[in-house]
Design a protein around this ligand. Sequence first.
Ligand code: ATP
Length: 237
Amino acid sequence: MTPLLKVSSLQVWYGAVQAVRGIDIEVQEGEIVAFLGANGAGKSSTLNAIAGLVPASEGKIEFSGRDVTDLAPEALTPMGLALSPEGRRVFPALSVSENLLMGAYSVKDKQAIAAAWDRVYSLFPILHERKDQLAGTLSGGQQQMLAVGRALMSGPKLLLLDEPSLGLAPKIVEQIFELITILRDQKVTIALVEQNVAKSLEIADRGYIIAGGQVVGQGRVEDLRSQGGLEETFLGA
Ligand code: ATP
């Protein structure tokens, strides 16, 4: 079966700094795939290259069987690929509903936008309650929900989630991970970058361990869990 996402020999350089050193990954439709690794391992650079935010210096990125290596985010979003970036980058001076609307910029049909709003509000009732509130006044957890909700507004087939649980209270972390499984049940395929190894291995189907810009381990989560000592060995914990 053609994978929904296939990344081959990806390299990302920032000037003279090489962040990604030849990464190969595949994500099949319907999976949750976790990318685990210490700070600076190259996980965000990999996701950002897939999303078209940083150029792939070498290698190939295929989405739904199409070569998308050189496509910009504006071209990728209508194809069904969306990123919720690290650090909950919401627009603080816009309301919740306006932030969500920004995520639907590729959707032209008004009814489709209304349906996307409804879908996000049913996933995150708190965003509905606060729809007219400025995003900058939301709590950290609510801003994270808004960042994920905004990515969902374009109706992605593949959602790239960069550190959705970072810095959030345990109860909110539980909600975010539960939401990820709900999205999978709604047929959204998910590539998840996370520092929370234990929770990621609970919900993911497969995982890749990234260190020094390379894949240093991969497998089904049962196998990764049974390796034990994962955090100490690979993640610098
Ligand atoms: P984190 O969880 O801290 O974001 P990460 O695994 O996602 O870690 P990246 O953010 O991809 O790692 O960073 C990989 C390497 O590239 C690091 O050494 C980082 O310092 C470097 N790097 C990342 N972004 C840039 C940039 N814009 N300019 C220069 N170097 C960068």
